[in-house]
Design a protein around this ligand. Structure first.
Ligand code: PMV
Length: 362
């Protein structure tokens, strides 16, 4: 695999100070990634909707210093210094140092905040790590003005992937494929790419309401979950099925068949959780209210002839997906019925978005 393209060759030494601010979104997979090999290479290709409202805003102030062998950074989350978040970020810098050698030349001050409530069960690693990756790439662009935006996005996705696989899908939008797939032109295990074919208009402004069923810390982290796919009895079949499902999803997205979309998306969500139920050791991330909500969605769909469906991440929260023209009726259903199954009746309305946005740094 051609990772050499991401090692910078000539860099200017003239930048003494620089600050960049990026807003990058979360994403929700339609065909799921679950299982990987080193270094963060997915066992199957996946595709996600990029979200719009759930995002992280990160500002990094870089100031040049004597080059050392340690990466020097301070980390503030929502205005407060966060020592407990530092090991994960330090680990990320270790993984990207070969591709971003300039991080040893700067002291970095990272200021980050999320648009969604902290520990809401919404994974912040995708938006958080992609925002840091974009800030690093803005610095790299200052150090080498020859870089094209296309390369910057590609490398940002490559770097974000090294932090958290799904973060590679948070740079662009509205649909991103990550993982090499014979039918998706340009797809790669190394970085996410925008879905390269024309998408049917029914998916424009697609809605995603995130129902916060359980805001507690997950009992089993994604890292452990991915690792349990190594000796999993159904792993090989699952990886093959996911790649086949991506072929089906590609066709569905181009042709706009919502009935097929619904059955594929829900099957993917339940299959992801089936992998958890059949791991050794087994574990369950769904909660009773996750199942209550799924049943309510099925009832509503049948009785109202709706195109509502659900998907799940590695957690108990439910993502409710529906076309923009059903917004009014589905939102009413969420407010009147589904909210009762959420912790403190909390949910977040989101919709499909277009990826990373640069802010003017004040
Ligand atoms: O990016 P990670 O390592 O946190 O894995 C996330 C995997 C799922 O969210 C469960 C599925 C996916 O494709 O996003």
């Amino acid at each position: 695999m051609n990772t050499a393209q991401f090692i910078p060759k000539i860099l200017s030494e003239k930048i003494a100070k620089a600050s960049f601010t990026w807003q990058t979104p979360s994403n929700i997979a339609l065909v799921k990634y679950w299982g990987k090999s080193n270094p963060q290479i997915p066992k199957n290709a996946s595709i996600s909707f990029t979200l719009n409202n759930c995002h992280t805003i990160t500002r990094i102030d870089f100031s040049r210093k004597e080059r050392t062998t340690e990466v020097a950074f301070d980390l503030f989350f929502e205005g407060k210094e966060k020592e407990e978040f530092k090991p994960k970020i330090a680990d990320f810098f270790k993984r990207v140092q070969e591709y971003c050698p300039y991080i040893f030349d700067y002291k970095m001050t990272i200021n980050s905040e999320n648009s969604f409530p902290h520990s809401s069960g919404i994974a912040s690693s995708a938006s958080g790590l992609s925002a840091i990756a974009m800030c690093l790439m803005s610095l790299e662009q200052e150090l080498n003005s020859d870089l094209t935006q296309e390369f910057v996005n590609k490398k940002a996705s490559f770097l974000a992937r090294l932090g958290s696989g799904s973060a590679s899908r948070s740079i662009e939008g509205p649909l991103v494929v990550w993982g090499n797939h014979p039918e998706i032109e340009g797809s790669s295990d190394l970085f996410g790419i925008q879905f390269p074919y024309k998408v049917h208009s029914v998916f424009e402004n697609y809605q995603d309401a995130i129902l916060l069923v359980d805001k507690g810390e997950k009992q089993v982290s994604s890292t452990i979950g991915h690792n349990l796919m190594h000796n999993h009895p159904y792993a090989e079949n699952r990886f093959q099925q996911a790649n086949e499902n991506l072929s089906k999803m590609s066709k569905i997205l181009q042709e706009g068949n919502l009935k097929d979309f619904i059955s594929l998306v829900e099957s993917e969500a339940l299959t992801l959780h089936a992998m958890m139920l059949t791991s050794n050791p087994y574990f369950i991330l769904m909660k009773p209210n996750t199942l209550e909500i799924i049943n309510k969605i099925w009832e509503f769909r049948a009785s109202k002839n709706s195109n509502i469906c659900f998907t799940l991440d590695a957690g108990a929260n439910v993502h409710v997906l529906y076309p923009a023209n059903e917004k009014e009726t589905v939102n009413e259903f969420i407010e009147n019925e589904l909210a009762n199954y959420c912790q403190k009746k909390q949910y977040i309305y989101d919709s499909v978005g277009f990826g990373a946005k640069k802010h003017n740094t004040k």
